[in-house]
Design a protein around this ligand. Sequence first.
Ligand code: CP
Length: 306
Amino acid sequence: MPLERLTSARQLSIPVLNEIFSQARKMRDICKSQGRTNLLADKMIGLVFLEPSSRTLLSFQSAAQRLGAGIVFIQGVGSTSFEKGESLSDAIRVVSGYCDLIVARLPKSGDAQIASDASSVPFINAGDGGNEHPTQSLVDTFTVSEELGTLSNLQYTFGFDPLQSRSIHSLCLVLSQFDNIGFDFISPPELRAPSWLVEQCKNRGIRVTESARLADLKNPDVIYLNRLQEERFPDRSLFEKYRYEYRLTPEQIPASTRLILDPLPRVDEIALEVDQLPIAGYFRQAQNGVYIRMALLAMLLGRAIA
Ligand code: CP
């Protein structure tokens, strides 16, 4: 069933994934052959980014413009009426009168639902605090599917801040629909995956293990890392305690590993030497963001490439 609003990865059923992936491949062909299309030439996309972003913001901008759409945007609160105390609901209600679809990155967990409820046009959550990042999970699963040819029968390692990484939350929610997969969470004890996520994965039949030691890497097919989420630590001393302790180097990568992903930005979690390995897929993953977001914008606006 086509989506009209995307606030959570829970909405991304396997049929929806398949439809978006199929369109993303067509979008990739268009980008490589002609650079752009006029599929959304009559549409205006609103980008409301109240938290820092490079990849998500630029790939949505690139996606919208490659589809021929116009863009209006807010980037940061400093030059906007949020500074005067305007509520998120009021702002989104107003912006939805200026465009045909809103993409929003918002600072607090749960903000995406508030914004979606206030919007009179289709809405996409581009990350809400430490909660979810559903479009990243589309990019991630598309990358695994393209690189390994399947999303089933895979063992994943997730590190190193599964408590606060919205990308890990959304990705686990999507992956937990697939057969015969296992999740191994590696993190400091204080940053273990949230119990709601572990419970949900176990309830769906996923094999889940947790460890505090990078040396305990099992035999992953996919290693998915994300930086310690510095801006979300209530206690900065905890971040300082672990910031250099969890860092993947080439020597630590088990022979079973077929793909290493990271939603980026990379800070300390992956040594630069890992970039040279063919299994280091994180820059290819970032590029896939454009094709996936083109497909998603089109889908939510009721359009498709034949
Ligand atoms: N992966 C991701 O969300 O990156 P940005 O924060 O740069 O958008």
